[in-house]
Design a protein around this ligand. Sequence first.
Ligand code: ADP
Ligand code: MG
Length: 246
Amino acid sequence: MTEILRVENLKKSYDGFLAVNDVSFSVAAGELKALIGPNGAGKSTCFNMLMGQLKPTHGRVYFDGKEITGHKPRDIWRRGVGRTFQITGTYQSMTVIENVQMALMSHHRRIFTIGPRAWRLYRDEAMELLKTVAMQDQADRPCSVLAYGDLKRLELAIALCHKPRLLLMDEPTAGMAPTARVELMQLVADIVRDQGVSVLFTEHDMDVVFAHSHHIMVLNRGELIADGNAAEVRNNPQVQEVYLGG
Ligand code: ADP
Ligand code: MG
């Protein structure tokens, strides 16, 4: 399988404290991969290094065969690495579809030519994306009235506007009820299957992860202690000891 992301010996030290310690892994094209681990394990630190928000103390990151270590977030994003942001990414006073249209205009670099024509131009494409996240019925609602889970799905649609080849999602289901968490991950799994995009996400709920991911990695105190399919990870004694609690 083609590798879309490769991470080699990644380290991040905060004043001598190793938040991420010698982590190496890869993500295949079209793969849905989870990075799990207890709070403070180093998951967000890892993600921030992949996106260029944080410079690694040591190690290398390759996207699509090219080194991107230490590159600026915007450059990494332009190459096709997307990420979902927290709620702040949406404009509350605009409707659901307008938010997607705005993101599409930005993607097509038409942001400076906003006019009735540009809006019409992207309405169909925006509606398609809303269908992808099962939000076509809410297209004309203002974002300010959306439920939390709907906002999460809108964020996903907005991230897809930029046609990422790899999407990084840091705790996408945080703050959601258990059934909504499973539904969102099901949706992400469908998108991976239908659109061929690769997704790397972090999560702390094991059930959500085992149900939908192709491969699972476990991070503990900055170190990667497992990387495999659900059965391999579940049966890993180290995982049972440090993550599942025995
Ligand atoms: P996770 O996302 O798995 O919960 P984080 O990557 O947020 O873990 O944090 C990993 C460890 O690094 C934690 O012990 C955290 O306290 C520490 N840490 C994170 N950011 C900083 C920082 N800016 N300065 C110092 N320590 C940090
Ligand atoms: Mg985190």
